[in-house]
Design a protein around this ligand. Sequence first.
Ligand code: ADP
Length: 585
Amino acid sequence: MPFVLPYRWLLIVTLVLTFAGSLMAQVNAVVLDKAVDSINAMMHRETFEWSEAARLLVLVSVILLGKELLAAVITFGQRIFGEKIRINVSRDLSLRVVDRILTFRVAYFGGEGNEPGKLQTRIDRGVMSLSNTVKNFFIDILPLFTSAVMALGLMFAANVYVGLVALAVIPVYFVITARQGTRMKGWRRRVFGTHQALNHGIMNILESITVIKSFNRERVEADKQAKLQNDSTDQQMQTRRISFLFEGLKTFVEQIGTVLIIILTAYLVLIDYPGMTIGKIMYHVLLFSNVSAPIRQLHRIYDDLNDALIYAEGFFGILDNDEEVEVSGNHKPAAVRGDFNLRNVEFTYGNGTHAIRDLTMHIEAGKTTALVGLSGAGKSTIVNLLDKFYSPDEGSITLDGVPLGEWDTEFLRDNIGLVLQKNHIFSGTIEENIRYGSPKATREQVEEAARKAYIYDQIEALPDGFESNAIQLSGGQQQRIAIARMFLKNPPIIFLDEPTASLDAIATEQIKNSIDAIKEGRTVIVISHNIGQIIDSDYIYVLDTGHVAQHGTPDEVYKQGGLYKDIFDASARSMNADKIAATLS
Ligand code: ADP
């Protein structure tokens, strides 16, 4: 309703046309009834006049052809308006769902059944089948049913018994359609599930094509798909089989109805029942076909509605999912210092991974804090919590003394710059990608940010310069675009999660210099496996399976021994620090 109501004027016009169209549908029966009776009367009169017959035939032709012309205009109007409603509703549904998804918290997208491929199918199918339902209702269902009700009314008006026979057939259809519906329902759900899995599977293949090829796993992947495809084929055949079986049954019932109407009307004509003339046989048979037409379609309508119900479940599940909407407080101070305090924080991901355990740490404002630990220790998870992508299950996190939950989320993220190991580059030009950090920035500011990220010269060397497609840049270049983006944003708090992981040595040094320059007076959290970057920090937290194992200044933690010393020494050995030192000296 809320999606259709904005188009109420279109709806009213469509409904008026529908009513007119239904009236037109009864014209044939009325005209034939009158024509047959007139011809019959002419034949039984003593003097037969050809001119009289010709007049009748001209009249019948004019009425029937005129009606057809009018009906064509009406149908055209009805279709075009119905389509207009469908297209508009479809657009509104798509816009609403995109708006909605963008408000969801990050945890939603990692949830089961919310993988990109599945989500995409759910949205596409939902939009398509819901807008089709709207269209079907106004273009197919409503006109057919109005016409059926009118035809039934006319049959009753002409003769109650004939009307009753026509009416009696309807429940039989409903029973058959309902049975068909129940038989099909389970199958339709299965077909939908398999379809989703197929889409998801192809998406997976496309995303991992180089890995599949490098391991020669084409056959394995093809077999996985083949199994799904075969399931899908079986399921489709099964649904078709059921559907054709019931179709046949219904056509048969309809014929029984027609036969009964013919026998009854012929009988009533033969016994000279009042008002029953020979023309009424044609009249009732034609009207009955108007009554049974929508019922013949009942099953298709039922199917479409069932589809719509299945898909609507998934679709409105997204639209009505208030629990997943990111909550925001309204704390927006004039200035952000960047002093984070985490107390006894516990956090478990949706899949059950207990990533953070009883974690207490203090990130001092204006200082650089390094998070050190083996892979999977929970370093990135801490950044996720501080950026409010996830909220802790227990414990508290405050920023400048105010619980993170009370901060305005948009404001908070405006004040945090995040550079990840794998930075997302959008399809679009390099300039657009850098400008993502601050949409209002001038071209000069964009270029300045590129200079700070030591990527300006490389961009200028490209044939299209800043207009080049950013997707085609190398991993290290993309990394620097992401850093330029952060420079342009210029936030007081900076999180760097392995910012130089995919850079060469020269670029690493350049970026290190730029980051050193921007670090001044800002709160920086750096996650790195690069000892060179870690020892530059003011304070270090060493994490072990989601828990703080050690903390202190770089020298203090090293002297404590333990995990940090292990990591430090291993790092120095793997770098061949002794030989490097010897070479340098
Ligand atoms: P680190 O950054 O120290 O390498 P992470 O914080 O990425 O470690 O991961 C900590 C733990 O949480 C790991 O066991 C990892 O498998 C798990 N994890 C990370 N991200 C997710 C996620 N989105 N969903 C479920 N588990 C996750």
